[in-house]
Design a protein around this ligand. Sequence first.
Ligand SMILES: NC(=O)c1ccc[n+]([C@@H]2O[C@H](COP(=O)([O-])OP(=O)(O)OC[C@H]3O[C@@H](n4cnc5c(N)ncnc54)[C@H](O)[C@@H]3O)[C@@H](O)[C@H]2O)c1
Length: 381
Amino acid sequence: MAKTLNVGLIGYGFMGRTHSNAHRKVTHFFDVPYQPVLKTICGLVEAEAKAFADKWGYESHTTDWRKVVEDPAIDLVEICVPNNVHATIAIAAAKAGKAVICEKPLALNGPQGEEMVAAVEKAGVPNLVSFNYRRVPAVTLIKRLVDEGRLGRIFHYRADFLQDWTISKEVPQGGMGTWRLDVKAAGSGVTGDLLAHCIDTAMWHNGPITSVTAMTETFVKERKHAETGKMEPVGIDDACTFICRFGNGSMGNFESTRYARGHKAKYTLEINGEKASLSWDLHDLHRIQYFDHKDEGIVRGWRNVHVTDGDQPYMKNWWVPGLQIGFAESFVHQLADFLEGMAKGKPVGPTFKDALATQYVCDAVLASGKSGIWENVKQIR
Ligand SMILES: NC(=O)c1ccc[n+]([C@@H]2O[C@H](COP(=O)([O-])OP(=O)(O)OC[C@H]3O[C@@H](n4cnc5c(N)ncnc54)[C@H](O)[C@@H]3O)[C@@H](O)[C@H]2O)c1
């Protein structure tokens, strides 16, 4: 019999839905050692929290996250709120002995992330940061292929994450929906929001990033603040391009912007090794492109691999070969792995500590964007 796991989820927005959906599905598709019980949902507006509780089947709702953290019945706290609230809640939840899943990026910056890592490690509680793209089966398969040495020595890792939703200067900063444009709530712009995903996946595939040089730009310098109603300077990076060195000697090339007209969420990555190359595109997330130089010359070319077969990551738990899954299922996989790790007392990555390494890269990128010089990346000890 699976043990009951009482869940308190803070934030009923975009991520509140993906995490709730994962809880609703996980036991139907994976043999996990816990039965999640949706105990309490928390968010800023009482009527919205209640409507969310009714729709998703939470037993109760609140507008005060402290009530979730202090509730002795809650086993797992999930943090799906803007970035500036992550640290306070995560530290309080760890002190209260709860397991914690926190949305990315871990924190507003490295020093704040260090406090969060110290809190979960001192309390000895299971912890995970929701860099969910690791658990898109095609991205997980890339990790397996790299680890098996099929690419040989890696020369290049490149990734892009392109959007276009902030081109209009009428988009406000701050408030619901647009907190990402307010540096006080978000910590940074595309670097912490989008590149953090690319960096987490890149270091998972290809090891630590050691130094960076970056160019950042804020195209719209002033926006009305949704809370004050006043025009205020914009403090986030609207676009960021950086190059970097990995510890294994390979070179990295990363770009993110919210000003690439026509692109909504175009996350792509490509790895070039001595023996083979691999690429992936979020818009076609169930496929990888794979070029293997050892193929016979007359038929050598890019293979288009449909990652839906039972021997490919996570897929045996879903439908039948050839039928695909999507973005939402990456959160189900993340939860299934986390619950498995909890039962075995084993950390499941990306832990808070893994996410701190990503935070250090983001800090170095933002510092280089200002200084215009190469910056070394602080490494996790
Ligand atoms: N993993 C991913 O792919 C992914 C995608 C989007 C967002 N995120 C991350 O998830 C987090 C939330 O983003 P979102 O898009 O869901 O935001 P959102 O604006 O859709 O929802 C934010 C929620 O937080 C609640 N909230 C805000 N301040 C609060 C407080 N002090 N106490 C209690 N509740 C509070 C709001 O009521 C709202 O329900 C961010 O850290 C973001 O970076 C991750």
